[in-house]
Write a protein that binds this ligand. Structure first.
Ligand code: AP5
Ligand code: ZN
Length: 214
């Protein structure tokens, strides 16, 4: 399967991805995770991306299209993939279509994580992540077994620099202005399924499984 996950910051894309990935044996490509790794390693890509990310704005289309193009060549992605956080502009969606057309494939489903903005601040400000795996926790909704520590590796959890109420406002603004049109773009192709992303994580997982097995 070739899937796209679209939704505002905190809607649950990163939480559902590992579950869907394991269930359907797909590779998980999250542009936000890849960009954060590049920023942490101070690579040329990371240096270019940092300022926009810190301010909650989108990184340029060329940079993210480049990383996705590279990542999709991995053998583990040939059977199928989950794109988490990409495409985020109509221009990115058009580029992706071109890339897939060349391979003779196309997107099977776009999962739209529909949710009210009002719920997102609490989700974002309570989030803790395990940077190397991208696993997310939440102090109230998904607490780790030991506070501040990843359940699987025992490594420390950190908070994302852009997870403040202030930066969230810019991220939401970017979502509504630049990313919502991408949902319309795929609606016209008849591949969008909308989820009730405000429900508890397990219920969202069931909705996802229903959509993907039908
Ligand atoms: P990115 O990393 O993609 O961030 P985002 O889209 O803002 O999404 P989040 O990761 O914040 O939300 P999520 O939906 O994954 O939430 P999660 O599941 O963790 O992008 C970061 C930046 O990189 C961008 O601002 C931009 O600068 C740049 N960038 C990335 N891709 C780009 C692109 N294509 N083009 C240009 N720039 C790009 O959940 C959040 C919290 O809620 C967690 O604590 C979780 O435990 C909890 N939670 C999850 N689900 C539930 C639930 N159902 N009920 C209760 N709590 C829940
Ligand atoms: Zn995420």
């Amino acid at each position: 399967k070739r899937l796209i996950l679209i939704g505002p910051p905190g809607s649950g894309k990163g939480t559902q991805s590992p579950i869907i990935k394991d269930e359907f044996c797909l590779c998980h490509l999250a542009t936000g995770d890849m960009l954060r790794a590049a920023v942490a390693a101070k690579t040329p890509l990371g240096i270019k991306a940092k300022e926009a990310m810190d301010n909650g704005q989108l990184v340029s289309d060329d940079l993210v299209v480049g990383i996705i193009d590279e990542a999709m060549k991995k053998a583990s992605c040939q059977k199928g993939f989950i794109l988490d956080g990409f495409p985020r502009t109509v221009a990115q969606a058009e580029k992706l279509d071109e890339m897939l057309q060349k391979q003779g494939t196309k997107i099977d489903k776009v999962l739209n994580f529909a949710i009210d903005d009002a719920i997102l601040e609490e989700r974002i400000t309570g989030r803790w992540i395990h940077p190397s795996s991208g696993r997310s926790y939440h102090t109230k909704f998904q607490p780790p077994k030991v506070p501040g520590v990843d359940d699987i590796t025992g490594e420390p959890l950190i908070q994302r620099k852009d997870d403040t109420a202030e930066v969230l406002k810019s991220r939401l603004d970017a979502f509504h202005r630049q990313t919502e049109p991408v949902i319309n773009y795929y609606s016209k192709k008849g591949v969008v399924a909308s989820l009730h992303a405000e429900k508890p994580p397990k219920e969202v997982t069931s909705e996802v499984k229903n959509v993907l097995s039908s």
